[in-house]
Every structure is written in C-alpha cells, then in structure tokens.
Design a protein around this ligand. Structure first.
Ligand code: ATP
Ligand code: MG
Length: 376
C-alpha cells in the first residue's frame, strides 16, 4: 500500500491510495495481485493507471511478478469521492494525503480544475503575461470556464491587463473567491490582495513558495476547463514551486527572436522536462512587425526562428505573434479581452487540441463536472 501511494490517478492528480481506489492486494511468494477500482468503466486512461501501478509495485524489493486487475466504483463510492473532492479538504488535511514530489514538498490536488497550464519563458519581457491573458480571453470566447493564476509575485501584471481591481473575499465554501473579469475569467493575483499595489513584494523563497500554493489551493476556483498560470521569467523559486506543487497538465513556452542564441529558452525547456512538466508547445512572440505604411515585414529582433527552435527542441510550434502596438495599448488600458487576431485564434485552437484530448475522450458520467461542454 505504501508503494502505491506515489501512483496518481491520471485524471484527478491525487494518490490512488487517498482516493480509495486500491481494493485488494494479495501477495504470494513475491507474486503480487492488485485490484484497482476505476471511477468509470472503460476509463480511457485505465491502461496508464495499470502501468503506473505495475511499475510502482515492481520497485518494491522481493516482488517477482505483478498482476493488476480493475473493477469499477459503485455509484455510492463515486458519490463519496465526489463529496471528498468538492469538500476539497482543508489544505492541512489535504497535505497529509497528497503525494510527495520532493523533500518537504507536497503536490496539491486537482479538485474541479480540468487543465492546469503554465506559461513560462527563459527570459523576461517576451510576452508571457500577454500570451496567458490572450489565450484565456480566446478560450473564454469559446465558452470555456477559464481561470488565470498570476504566479509572478514580484511583477504581477494579470490584474492590470484585465483591468480588474476588486478585492478577493471569503466565499461560502471558506475559500477565497477570485475576481471575475468582464467576460467572466476568474483571476487571482497578489496585487489584488496587497493593501497598496504599488508596494513591492520582497520575500524569500519559502514565503514565495507558500504564497503561490495558497493562491492556488486556498482559492475557490470552482469547476474550470482551463487554469492558466502566468509564471515569472526564468527558472527561479516561483516556477520551481509551480512545477513541484501544482498538478500541471501542460506548459507553454514563450520565446522571442532575440533570446540569446536560444540558450535561455533551452534552459526553460530543460527545466520543464526535468520537472516532468509536459510541454504543449512553443509560441514565438514579437516575431516580426508589418510596417503600417508600406506593408513590408520587418524582423525587428532578427529573423523569426521560433519554428526552427521548436523543431530543434523537439516541441510542437504553436505559432508566431507579430509586434502590434495595439497589444501594448490594450494591455495598458486593461482591455486585453477586446483584442483578437487570427493568429491568436490559431494558437488557442492548437492549445485546445493538445490540452483537451483527454476531456474529449472522457465519458460523460464522470463524478466531477469535468465533462461539461462549454456554454456559448
Ligand atoms: N506582440 C506584442 N506586440 C506589442 N506589444 C507586446 C506584444 N507582446 C507583449 N507586448 C507588450 O510588451 C510588454 C511585455 O509583455 P509581457 O508583460 O506580457 O511580458 P512578460 O514576459 O510577461 O514579462 P515579465 O517577464 O516581466 O513577466 C507589455 O507591455 C506588453 O503589452
Ligand atoms: Mg509577466
């Protein structure tokens, strides 16, 4: 049972032991039989789970062979699981049962959030916050429930680009209610909480770590199709916390053509790979400028090379976004939701295809509201 504690349900992102999915364990002279109860019959990810269980048991000393059988949870068991997930358990209670991913660090659970996607870059100012807010707006336009977690504590810009100013408050569930933008995107940022948003955040690593965990776990995100996490640049404490503490489903890498010989992007990519963050693809921002007078395409920061870079790193290329003065203007005015362009639509589509494969495969009787279709 201890050996199985590290196995996470691929959908829910929590240990199968905590989710009470482990039914029988029979051990006979090194031959182990394990029975796992799936949340739904013919769960598309059953094979993944079976392999994970097999691998975990094989690691145990003395094990000679492993057989994994599956069964399905009863309606009553599903109801109990659903109640447990929605009650969410207090962070303290949860931490006891979450999976360990490093010394003293526990990965938090999923609750009602379907896809958690972090947006990262090697260096600053390449447009992570812009890409995060644009994708959030585009996905929202398609009717999805979307949230944005601003994990950039020292340079928070998400509240600003969406033009939200309200103070988050404690909701009926006891969780902090995120602030909604005008199109209904749920936003949480340290700047919404600070008494004076102009005061700098000067915190050491352990505090940054715990605040980011709170911005995710203590917030009542409700049921979301997508939670986009805007990271600060580079590979410092905050991205590390996000990789270690949040049950990420994917990472988007943003680069710009002036990134130093792609070395800095490669660092970010390698961090994501090392931390087991599945990379959904690379977006090149500020790729080029179309001259408003003569229409000539100008490579302000050198020739666009996102596609080659992505190929070289073995990543899908999601698209190249040009420099557009309207973007800076709309970000400054807090009207990013009003901006749209064909390239952004394409990138959002790419993201949707890559990130929601599992949503589309999910049967509709899932115990949690993940299979809900977007409402227009
Ligand atoms: N394609 C673009 N065209 C014009 N302006 C852009 C574009 N992308 C981003 N900007 C502007 O460039 C500035 C930096 O972008 P942004 O804040 O998104 O970068 P970032 O990578 O999040 O920065 P940081 O590393 O500081 O968090 C912002 O003022 C933004 O409005
Ligand atoms: Mg930013």
């Amino acid at each position: 049972m201890e050996g199985l504690r590290t196995v996470l349900d691929p959908e829910i992102g929590r240990s199968i032991v905590d989710l009470k999915m482990v039914r029988d364990i029979a051990i006979d002279d090194g031959r182990v039989n394990v029975k796992i109860a799936l949340t739904v019959a013919h769960c598309p990810l059953a094979k993944t789970l079976q392999t994970d269980v097999e691998n975990a048991v094989r690691k145990i000393e003395g094990v000679r062979s492993v057989k994994v059988e599956t069964t399905t949870m009863t309606r009553k068991e599903l109801e109990e699981l659903k109640a447990m997930m929605h009650a969410g358990a207090s962070p303290a209670a949860f931490q006891k049962s979450s999976s360990a991913v490093g010394p003293g660090i526990e990965r938090l659970g999923k609750r009602g959030v379907r896809n958690i996607i972090a947006v990262m870059s090697g260096k600053g100012g390449v447009g992570k916050s812009f890409v995060t807010s644009m994708l959030a707006s585009e996905l929202r336009r398609r009717g999805y429930e979307v949230g944005v977690l601003d994990a950039d504590l020292t340079g928070p810009s998400i509240a600003k680009v969406f033009g939200v100013t309200g103070k988050p408050y404690k909701g009926p569930s006891g969780g902090i209610m995120p602030i909604k933008t005008k199109t209904g995107i749920k936003v949480m940022s340290i700047n919404l909480i600070l008494e004076d948003p102009n005061m700098p955040v000067v915190w050491r690593g352990p505090i940054v770590n715990s605040v980011i965990r709170q911005l995710y776990w203590d917030v009542d995100w409700g049921d979301l199709h997508y939670l986009l996490v805007d990271l600060p640049p580079g590979t410092s404490d905050a991205p590390l916390t996000v990789f270690q503490s949040l049950p990420l489903d994917g990472v988007i890498i943003v680069s710009s053509p002036q990134d130093l010989a792609s070395m800095i992007v490669t660092k970010a990519v390698n961090m994501a790979k090392k931390m087991n963050g599945p990379i959904l693809g690379l977006v090149e921002n500020m790729s080029y400028l179309d001259c408003p007078h003569c229409g000539k395409r100008i490579g302000l920061f050198g020739q666009p090379r996102g596609k080659n870079l992505a190929q070289g790193l073995g990543l899908p290329f999601l698209g190249a976004i040009p420099l557009d003065p309207i973007i800076a203007q709309m970000s400054d005015e807090g009207r990013i939701e009003d901006y749209s362009s064909p390239i952004i639509t394409t990138i959002a589509d790419e993201l949707r295809i890559r990130a929601t494969k599992q949503v589309e495969q999910l049967p509709h009787n899932l115990p949690i509201a993940w299979s809900v279709e977007p409402t227009p």
